[in-house]
Design a protein around this ligand. Structure first.
Ligand SMILES: N[C@@H](CCC(=O)N[C@@H](CS)C(=O)NCC(=O)O)C(=O)O
Length: 230
């Protein structure tokens, strides 16, 4: 028995990315079932995975459990694999990581709605609203607090679930050219260089057609992942 994870289009589904990254980053075996958002059959595919399911990601555990939300998947895996570093061990750092994850999961609505994650291409000329800038200011502040003690490129030095939850934020900053400090840009670059993230992006390019709903009506730029993908 193994985990089975249901996801949406890798290029667009930021919550699916948060569901999948822990498996790739912490070397936990998983069988992935991918789906295409907004197709007529999407609801049927969700129902076939679990009756009444309304969104991705969703995870079936080897013990027959069902988790229907990215944060539940994160907490489950942190409990199930306590020795793999999914959360910092030091109690104050661990509490901060849990808080950062929860704040991401429940917040930053202005950034999320104005800048949908799109890993197919970047956009030129995006002008962030005051609300988006306020979200970015808060994100920069909490990243800086975490990174003050970090020895390594990620929020708590080594990669943890906190980075999993902010990976799509980093992709938005990269893809929309959002204005952040050099320090925050260095953290964004750590995500752009993270092999699981690069693998996810590469797989997403052949997931399905471009989704018109993510068209921003702005000039397109190549997505800023360099050097060339694996
Ligand atoms: N709070 C949920 C959000 C999941 C979510 O909104 N997923 C989107 C894709 S990124 C979805 O499945 N949408 C289905 C739809 O809009 O029909 C989580 O953290 O897992």
């Amino acid at each position: 028995m193994e985990y089975t994870l249901l996801i949406g289009d890798r290029s667009y589904s930021s919550w699916s990315l948060r569901g999948w990254l822990p498996f790739a980053a912490f070397d936990i075996p998983v069988r992935v079932q991918s789906n295409i958002l907004y197709r007529a059959a999407f609801a049927d595919d969700l129902a076939a995975f679990a009756p009444g399911l309304r969104s991705v990601p969703a995870l079936k555990t080897p013990q027959g459990g069902l988790l229907t939300d990215s944060i539940a998947i994160a907490w489950h895996l942190a409990e199930a694999f306590p020795d793999r570093g999914l959360l910092p061990l030091e109690p104050a750092q661990r509490a901060m990581a849990q808080s950062l994850i929860a704040e991401m999961h429940s917040g930053f609505g202005a950034l999320r709605s104005a800048c949908p994650m799109n890993l197919r291409n970047a956009w030129a000329g995006f002008t962030p609203s005051a609300a988006v800038l306020a979200d970015l200011a808060r994100i920069e502040a909490i990243w800086a607090t975490a990174r003050d003690r970090a020895e390594g490129p990620f929020l708590f030095g080594a990669y943890t679930l906190a980075d999993v939850f902010y990976a799509p934020v980093a992709m938005r900053i990269a893809g929309y050219g959002l204005p952040v400090s050099d320090r925050a840009q260095a953290y964004v670059a750590a995500h752009l260089n993270h092999p699981p993230l690069r693998q996810w992006r590469a797989l997403g390019l052949s997931d399905g057609p471009e989704q018109p709903t993510y068209e921003m009506g702005l000039p397109r730029l190549p997505f800023p992942i360099t050097p060339p993908e694996m």
